[in-house]
Write a protein that binds this ligand. Structure first.
Ligand code: FES
Length: 157
């Protein structure tokens, strides 16, 4: 994917905040950049390489090694639907289908307006609330096909 015109001034400022010890601060620089842009556009990685003299191949190596980093644009809100056994038994598949239908995406995709990214995850540790999903950092449990779209709708602009 080719980056749209991306404003690079924020990354210049981020890098400037790390006084030349760039190699040991590379992860922090990448984290801050991802917080700023929502993902790590290639043009931003090239700019980080240019400013820090850390080779682009090394930067790509770090970004692809750690799952916290993404090279793909993500939605403003993250929806994680639990795919664990307890949630499965309690009908999470129907709930997930309702969310997919409401957002018009499949798992791993981001909505066209970049509002939501939908993912499924392993047990998120609140089985007593099954079926469960997280929207950003908030848990929603005992979901039904009737309630789940309203919850997602509350996060829409
Ligand atoms: S299986 Fe879904 S929270 Fe544990």
């Amino acid at each position: 994917m080719k980056d749209k015109a991306i404003e690079l001034a924020p990354v210049d400022k981020i890098v400037a905040g790390y006084s030349h010890d760039y190699d040991s601060n590379l992860i922090a620089i990448l984290q801050e950049s991802q917080d700023e842009y929502g993902y790590l556009p290639k043009s931003v990685l090239k700019e980080i390489s240019r400013l820090t003299d850390v080779p682009l191949t090394r930067i790509f190596g770090v970004v692809t090694f750690y799952s916290q980093f993404t090279l793909i644009p993500r939605g403003k809100h993250s929806i994680k639907i639990c795919n664990g056994t307890a949630c499965h038994v309690r009908g999470v598949d129907e709930v997930k289908d309702r969310v997919k239908e409401y957002l018009n995406v499949t798992e791993g995709q981001t909505t066209a307006d970049y509002q939501f990214t939908l993912e499924t995850v392993a047990c998120i540790g609140t089985c007593f609330l099954a079926p469960v999903m997280m929207v950003d950092d908030r848990y929603f449990g005992k979901l039904t096909t009737d309630t789940v779209a309203d919850i997602v709708k509350e996060y829409s602009n």
